[in-house]
Design a protein around this ligand. Structure first.
Ligand code: ZN
Length: 344
């Protein structure tokens, strides 16, 4: 789930370089020295290739990975708490794999235990860092523990207040008991970071500087020839724009009519109808929320599902990611880590 923008008071400005994709290696062939015509044909000297790490096409622990997907599809929060708005319990500054400088908000007494539970906070963060390689998350500057009770938001990401190229991850601690469902959620949130970071979607500073100004938003949206997820105009070759062109081009006008409905009940009714009308195109009902949510859901399914046949548009959304060697490499890494995190 994606929020517009997060407030963060304690974050120091950190400038980060963005992840580079799969490196290509240039192999220069040996040039044989010319020999007299009578000599034996030259034997080219072969340079043994540097071994590249081989990652599995599928998980070595398929049962556990299937369980993660299953648990997330059936997830219901164990908390019956319900809050009108989400509240921040504590926000950490992120330094690589480490959490530091906790900033504690003033919270209702009933949430003090959750606020002080550093061990639980570290466990959530450590699950995220074990799955996602550091170079894929070096623009994350903050990690917040939040709650809105046992409903609605499970986790979200947003640009930091100070710098449109820096991001924060926040997780609802009351929804994080089920480690398998949490894993799916963290993969979904990472997909937002992967598809919306500034190398994919250059931030629109007019919108960033005045996020509630609809006039500016509409102007910038109209000026964008590609998919405009809200953070900016996506690059033509970005994952999200390619996904949009392939899967949303024909649905977008219909979806936009729903997206502008202000009455919440009416909006959710219409969105449900939209999902039901095209349910063979979506991997989950949440996918119909927007193209940005659809690609995030599809990415989590891509990591956690065996390669499916191309027999539905929903499955083609999983197969979309199989076309990118760097994402297959990433998938292999995450699957290996999942088998470590969820031993038999
Ligand atoms: Zn989302």
């Amino acid at each position: 789930m994606l929020r517009r923008k997060l407030l963060l008071i304690t974050i120091a400005l950190l400038f980060s370089t963005l992840a580079c994709r799969a490196a290509t290696r240039l192999i220069v062939p040996d040039t044989p020295t010319p020999l007299p015509p009578t000599a034996a044909p030259p034997t080219p000297t072969l340079i043994p290739p540097t071994p590249t790490p081989t990652l599995p096409a599928e998980a070595s622990c398929p049962v556990q990975v299937a369980d993660i997907l299953e648990a997330s599809l059936n997830f219901e929060s164990s908390s019956d708490e319900s809050l009108e708005d989400e509240i921040y319990l504590v926000t950490y500054r992120v330094d690589g794999n480490d959490l530091g400088d906790p900033f504690f908000e003033s919270v209702p007494t009933k949430f003090r235990d959750e606020q002080d539970d550093r061990v639980a906070h570290e466990e959530i963060w450590s699950l995220f860092t074990s799955l996602i390689p550091p170079e894929e998350r070096d623009f994350i500057v903050g990690f917040a523990i939040i709650t809105d009770g046992g409903s609605d938001v499970l986790a979200s990401v947003g640009q930091s207040e100070d710098n449109a190229e820096e991001w924060l991850l926040e997780v609802d601690i009351l929804d994080s008991d089920d480690r398998r469902a949490l894993t799916f959620t963290l993969l979904h949130e990472f997909a937002h970071l992967m598809t919306l970071n500034s190398s994919q979607v250059p931030p629109n500073l007019a919108v960033f500087g005045d996020p509630s100004n609809d006039e500016i938003y509409q102007r910038e949206l109209a000026a964008c020839p590609n998919y405009f997820p809200g953070e900016g105009c996506s690059n033509s070759d970005s994952y999200v724009n390619q996904f949009f062109d392939r899967f949303w081009f024909n649905l977008y006008a219909e979806w936009q009519e729903i997206d502008v409905i202000e009455d919440k009940d009416e909006y959710y009714d219409q969105l449900d109808d939209f999902y039901n009308k095209y349910d063979d195109q979506f991997l989950s009902n949440y996918s119909a929320t927007s193209p940005a949510e659809d690609i995030a859901e599809a990415f989590a399914f891509f990591i956690l599902s065996p390669k499916p046949p191309a027999d539905s548009i929903a499955n083609q959304k999983i197969l979309f990611f199989h076309e990118f060697p760097e994402l297959m490499q990433l998938r292999g890494h995450i699957l290996n880590q999942l088998c470590v995190e969820f031993p038999q």
